[in-house]
Design a binder for this molecule. Structure first.
Ligand code: MIC
Ligand code: SF4
Length: 643
């Protein structure tokens, strides 16, 4: 039977279940990646699982997020990560080698393989014809130990690309156009599979920009075929042996289909504070811009940096603008230094930062109060930049450069001739900052700093859960709301008691005190709860504070999985109108909860304050129920590995 590309890869990796949308499947994972902000916890969990060595074809530990070393904390984590990588058979990408997704695309992504990464933008590698999925650190730890990765089988959306990109329009505009059309909830439970004549006009890094920001659609992942452009890219990376041609069968079916004519696109920008608030940049023309940031795993490739350099060459950015630039990798930065394009950027007045995430995750470069910041990044959630009232806009490198030069929103089509960036036949390949593990780890000693606090295992779920509604929030709550990042909080990613102090800090500063005073309780929320990052700390820290269940209208995929992994019951309201029947301070109880969860999708909740019984539901598989009953996945997997 004719198969689409996603099904070809999924079926060749299927370990459990059937490829029927919504049914639980388990897939074999060939490669994993971690980054430092999620990695310390992932490796602490891997150690707790007790495996001697990773069982994947390839696992890589990147250091790219927590790069400010204002005290020992982040530096200790980096040292721990290097030790643990050597001991357990993981490649270690040193700080400075680049952003995980960019480096993985350059050096490791392989058509037809599966990749699981403890970062929501892992689908970047889908630009190279892989099934690349973001997950919580514990799921990645289990995959490293050889376990399957379980997920609800996604619906496959065929996205037919036609036409070709007009001048001044690039890959970022493609994904912004899709975000405008489909919204941040539009991809939930789906894989976006690109095909059609428009695919051929996009180079691999442009495809990766599109698959990267499929995360903002809420998609499980996104994928492009592996074709002549992929072969060319791999050859230029001295990796021609990694190429396999892959595409959907010509008459393959999709669960849904949409079409996008590239020729009809124009330069776009996403307005504060959601990636789907997209308008043509011309509508904002003339409005003042204070800061411009170019980089992030979405737009930091050789192409993007050279586009910026070509537009800045021989010019000066506006006096009122601060321009920061983070190249995506050491490879990109070294090539820019070698060919002089770095000079063009520096001479124009930019601030050159490391090959790292930098301002994207609030690791420095917070904008001034109330400032307008135009970024080539993928997320503009409120407060993520480090400045609560800053206004963050997302756009392409072309638009960013035009705004930096003019000091105001500018349609780049007013700049004249469009520079076409030629890809080199050969990239500068230097893997000296990418350290392979020694053949055995027996002699490796792992050094742990005082901020690396051992994990606590949770008790199994009791027969009844009881407590107060500690917080009530609305729709589209992001993991940045739940567990903020930034330079102040990120150094505590390996210290759960400490990082828990920051849960929901920006939404309700009294939440943590309340949770502690009450010994835990419930959180009530709206639709698409927990969208955004893969950070498992958004499940782990609330679990540490004693959150027993969340009661919301619907969940984002990765956060739902993280709640289960840490023993929090992800309940949904059977009737969304009952949202109004739950208020802050209400006392709730779920009697006989273990049996209720086991015996079906319905869960009855009692509001002891109002006396009302509220019907909730869950969509947990039998396996997920067992995980919640065990008190989380660590307990569950340890039991499973013993038996
Ligand atoms: C992000 O972009 O929010 C992050 C930081 O990369 C996260 C991971 C994390 O919180 O460490 C992600 O996207 O998963
Ligand atoms: Fe890093 Fe930003 Fe990409 Fe997350 S989205 S991996 S913080 S560059």
């Amino acid at each position: 039977m004719a198969q689409n590309l996603a099904h070809k890869i999924l079926s060749s990796h299927l370990r459990a279940g059937k490829l029927e949308p919504g049914a639980e499947i388990g897939i074999r994972i060939d490669q994993t990646l971690t980054q430092d902000a999620t990695g310390t916890m992932a490796y602490l969990q891997f150690e707790a699982l007790g495996a001697a060595r990773v069982k994947t074809e390839l696992s890589v530990s990147y250091v790219d997020h927590n790069m400010l070393q204002s005290d020992f904390r982040n530096a200790d984590d980096h040292r721990y990560l290097q030790g643990v990588a050597a001991k357990y058979g993981v490649h270690f990408s040193k700080p400075g080698n680049g952003i995980c997704h960019q480096v993985h695309l350059e050096r490791f992504a392989k058509p037809g393989k599966t990749l699981l990464g403890s970062d929501s933008h892992t689908p970047t590698a889908g630009g190279m014809g892989m099934i690349a999925i973001g997950a919580g650190g514990l799921d990645v730890a289990v995959a490293m130990a050889g376990g399957a990765f379980y997920l609800p089988c996604p619906r496959i959306v065929g996205v037919k690309l036609t036409g070709s990109l007009p001048d001044w329009v690039s890959a970022k505009d493609v994904i912004l156009a899709l975000l405008l059309r489909l919204t941040v909830k539009g991809g939930v439970g789906k894989i976006m599979e690109y095909y059609g004549p428009g695919v051929g006009v996009l180079d691999v890094p442009s495809r990766a920009t599109i698959t990267n920001m499929g995360a903002e659609l809420g998609a499980t992942t996104s994928i492009f075929p592996a074709d002549a452009a992929s072969a060319e890219f791999l050859k230029a990376q001295e990796r021609e042996q990694d190429f396999t041609e892959l595409a959907a069968d010509p008459d393959a079916d999709y669960d849904e289909m949409i079409e996008l004519d590239l020729s009809g696109l124009e330069p776009l920008v996403a307005q504060p504070h959601m990636p789907d608030r997209v308008v043509p940049v011309k509508e904002l023309a003339g409005q003042k811009v204070d800061q411009v940031c170019v980089g992030s795993c979405t737009n930091s490739s050789y192409r993007d940096m050279h586009m910026l350099a070509a537009l800045l060459k021989g010019k000066q950015i506006a006096d009122s603008v601060n321009l920061t630039v983070n190249p995506g990798s050491k490879q990109v930065l070294a090539m820019m230094a070698e060919d002089g394009s770095l000079y063009d950027i520096v001479a124009a007045g930019a601030r050159i930062l490391e090959a790292s995430c930098g301002p994207c995750i609030g690791m420095g470069q917070a904008p001034p109060s109330g400032a307008v910041s135009v970024r080539t990044f993928n997320r503009n959630f409120e407060g993520r930049s480090g400045t609560r009232d800053a206004l963050i806009y997302l756009t392409s490198p072309e638009v960013a450069a035009a705004c930096a030069l003019a000091g105001e929103f500018t349609d780049p089509r007013t700049l004249g001739d469009y520079p076409h960036i030629e890809y080199p036949d050969h990239f500068l390949v230097d893997d000296s900052s990418l350290i392979p593990p020694p053949p055995t780890g027996t002699d490796v000693e792992i050094v742990r700093g005082p901020n690396i606090v051992p994990l606590q295992l949770k008790d199994p779920l009791p027969d009844e859960v009881k407590g107060k509604v500690l917080l009530k929030v609305g729709d589209d709550i992001t993991t940045d709301h739940i567990m903020p990042a930034g330079a102040k909080v990120l150094p505590y990613r390996s210290n759960i008691p400490k990082i828990s102090e920051f849960v929901y800090e920006g939404v309700d500063p009294g939440f943590v005190e309340r949770a502690k005073a009450e010994g835990g309780g419930f959180i009530v929320g709206g639709a698409n709860y927990g969208q955004g990052s893969s950070r498992e700390h958004a499940g782990l820290a609330p679990s540490y504070l004693g959150i027993k269940a969340k009661i919301v209208k619907s969940y984002a995929r990765i956060h739902r999985a993280n709640l289960i992994n840490f023993g929090i019951i992800p309940l949904m309201l059977a009737n969304s109108g009952d949202y109004d029947a739950l208020d802050l301070g209400h006392e709730l109880a779920i009697p006989d909860v273990r049996n209720q969860l086991k015996s079906g999708a319905k869960v009855l909740l009692k509001n002891l304050t109002t006396g009302k019984a509220i019907e909730c539901k869950h969509d947990l598989s039998a396996r997920e129920v067992d995980i919640v009953l065990a008190g989380g996945k660590l307990n569950f997997t340890r039991q499973e590995m013993k038996s």
